[in-house]
Design a protein around this ligand. Structure first.
Ligand code: G3I
Length: 447
C-alpha cells in the first residue's frame, strides 16, 4: 500500500518534469551506487527493454559486439529484414544476414524487434514496378512468408512502416502499396497476425512525435479506427529521429500517453538525436523520461551503437563515440532509467473483462486489485454456480506468481485453470506485469 502511494506521488512529479527539467544530476559521470550499470539492466528495473539497431556486417567488430552484448537486450536488424533483403527475387526468400543477427541476439538472450514487413521504400526491384492486385498479393505473401519464417522469435514486428504523408494533410502517403487500396495496411496486419500470433504487431513511423502535428493525428485516427474495428494492432512505434530542425517536442509525453490510451503499447523504435555534449544529453534524458512516465511505453531502441555506425554519422547522434566510449548522452539515459524506476503509471482501467462465453449458468467477473511497480493483483468473482472452472489467460510478458482462495494450476503459456477450494466464489491472484498492464482474459464453465 505504501508503495502505491509512493509511486503515485512520483508519477505526478515526473509528469511535470518530463522534458522540462534536466538538472546537472542527470549528467553526473556515473550512476548512483546500487543503480544498474548498463542500459538493459537499468531499463529492466521497470520491466522495459533497451535496444539497438544492429548491422550484420558489423558482427565481426569486437568493440561493436562487446557493447552490444553488454548494454542492450533488444535488437532490430537495421536493414536485413526489409523487403529487398528478404525477398530479392519474387518468391525467393533470403534470410542469411537477418539470421546472423537473430542468432547472435538469441544466443545472448536478447529479444528481437522485426523491421519491417511492408514499406513503400527499400522494396526489391521486382516489386517497385508492380501495381494492383498483383502487388497486393505479393505484399501479403511477403508478410506471410517472412512472419512465418520467424514465427515465435520476434517480440514485435513493424508490420507497416511510414505509410503516412508528411505535411499538413494528415493522410496517407502516396505509394504503389497505397494505390492498391486504403485497406492495404489492415490487410498486412491480418496476414501478420495469422502468420505469427505471438508477436506484437506495430505500426511504425517518423515525425509522429509532436501531438499537434497533422501526421501524428492521422496515425492516431488510424489506430483508433483499427482498435474499434478489431484490426489486430498491438503497438505503435515512434522512430524518434531528432535534430535541430526537428527537436524533441515539449509535448512528447502527451503523444505517447494519448496513443497508449487507445489500448496499444508504444515503443521508441529508432531513437537518435544529432548534437553533442550536455544539450544532446538533456534531450536524450527527456525522451527517456517521457517513456518511463507512460506505463505502456515498453522500451526504447537507439538506431545504432557508435556515432560512426549511424545513418547520420556526421551528426554524432548516438550514445557511444566512434571509439566505443560512453558519451554524456549515455550517462544521461542510464541515470534517467535508474531514477525512473518505479515511475510507471498504473492505468485506472484497461480492457473490459470477458465473462462467460460458453453459457451454461456461470459468469466470471474480473476486478482490479492493488498495483505496484512490478506487479498487480486481480480478483475474479463467479456467479451462477458453486462448481466452476475458471480460465485466466494473461498476455506476455505477464506471469501469474500467486493465487488465493482457489485451487489453481497454470502453465508456462500463461493460462491458469482455477477451481473452488472451499473459500467461496471469489479468488485472487498476483501478476508480474513486465510493463504490460492489460487485464487478463477470464472465462468460466460449470465443472
Ligand atoms: O550495402 C550497400 C553497399 O554494398 C553499397 O556499396 C552502398 C552504396 O550504394 O549501399 C549499401 O547499402 C546501403 C544500406 O543502408 C546499408 O548501409 C543503402 O544504400 C542505404 O540506402 C541503406 O540506408 C538505410 C536506410 O534505412 C534506407 O532507407 C540505413 O542504413 C538505415 O539506417 C535506414 O533506416 C531507416 C529505417 O529503416 C526506417 N526509418 C528511417 C531509418 C533511417 O533512414
Amino acid at each position: 500500500m505504501t508503495l502505491t502511494v509512493k509511486s503515485v506521488a512520483r508519477v505526478s512529479l515526473v509528469s511535470t518534469l518530463v522534458l522540462a527539467t534536466v538538472g546537472a544530476a542527470v549528467l553526473a559521470a556515473s550512476p548512483a551506487s546500487g543503480a544498474a550499470s548498463t542500459l538493459a539492466a537499468a531499463a529492466q528495473q521497470s520491466g522495459r527493454y533497451f535496444g539497438t539497431a544492429v548491422a550484420a556486417n558489423k558482427l565481426g567488430d569486437s568493440t561493436y559486439v562487446g557493447i552490444l552484448n553488454r548494454e542492450f537486450d533488444m535488437v532490430t536488424a537495421e536493414n536485413e529484414m526489409k523487403m529487398d533483403a528478404t525477398e530479392p527475387n519474387q518468391g525467393q526468400f533470403s534470410y542469411g544476414n537477418a539470421d546472423r543477427i537473430v542468432n547472435q541476439a538469441r544466443n545472448q538472450g536478447k529479444r528481437i524487434r522485426g523491421h519491417a514487413l511492408a514499406w513503400h521504400s527499400q522494396q526489391p526491384g521486382w516489386m517497385q514496378n508492380m501495381s494492383g492486385t498483383a502487388l497486393r498479393n505479393a505484399m501479403l505473401n511477403h508478410v506471410t512468408q517472412v512472419a512465418s519464417y520467424y514465427r515465435g522469435k520476434i517480440y514485435a514486428w513493424d508490420v507497416v512502416n511510414e505509410a503516412f504523408a508528411d505535411g499538413s494533410s494528415g493522410g496517407r502517403r502516396d505509394s504503389n502499396l497505397q494505390r492498391t487500396g486504403n485497406d492495404w495496411i489492415e490487410a498486412a496486419f491480418r496476414a501478420a497476425r495469422a502468420a505469427d500470433p505471438g508477436a506484437k504487431l506495430c505500426y511504425n513511423d517518423y515525425n509522429t512525435d509532436n501531438w499537434s502535428h497533422a501526421k501524428t493525428q492521422g496515425v492516431y485516427r488510424m489506430v483508433q479506427d483499427f482498435k474499434s474495428r478489431g484490426v489486430p494492432i498491438d503497438c505503435v512505434g515512434f522512430q524518434a529521429h531528432f535534430n535541430s530542425g526537428n527537436p524533441v517536442p515539449s509535448n512528447y509525453h502527451t503523444t505517447l500517453q494519448n496513443f497508449a490510451a487507445l489500448g496499444v503499447d508504444v515503443q521508441i523504435t529508432e531513437l537518435d538525436i544529432e548534437g553533442s555534449g550536455s544539450t544532446q544529453a538533456q534531450q536524450y534524458s527527456g525522451v527517456t523520461q517521457a517513456c518511463l512516465a507512460v506505463a505502456r511505453c515498453t522500451g526504447i531502441t537507439v538506431w545504432g551503437i557508435r556515432d560512426t555506425d549511424s545513418w547520420r554519422a556526421s551528426g554524432t547522434p548516438l550514445l557511444f563515440d566512434g571509439s566505443g566510449n560512453k558519451k554524456a548522452a549515455y550517462t544521461s539515459v542510464l541515470n534517467a532509467l535508474n531514477a525512473g524506476t518505479g515511475t510507471t503509471t498504473p492505468p485506472t482501467s484497461t480492457t473490459t473483462t470477458t465473462s462467460n462465453p460458453g453459457g451454461g449458468g456461470c459468469t466470471a467477473t474480473y476486478s482490479e486489485g492493488e498495483k505496484w511497480n512490478d506487479r498487480f493483483n486481480g480478483q475474479v468473482t463467479v456467479s451462477g454456480t458453486d462448481n466452476w472452472i475458471v480460465t485466466v489467460t494473461v498476455s506476455s510478458p505477464q506471469r501469474i506468481i500467486a493465487t488465493w482462495n482457489t485451487s489453481a494450476s497454470w502453465d508456462s503459456a500463461n493460462v491458469m485453470t482455477a477451481r473452488p477450494n472451499g473459500s467461496g466464489n471469489t479468488f485472487g491472484f498476483t501478476i508480474m506485469h513486465g510493463g504490460n498492464w492489460n487485464w487478463p482474459a477470464v472465462s468460466c464453465r460449470v465443472a
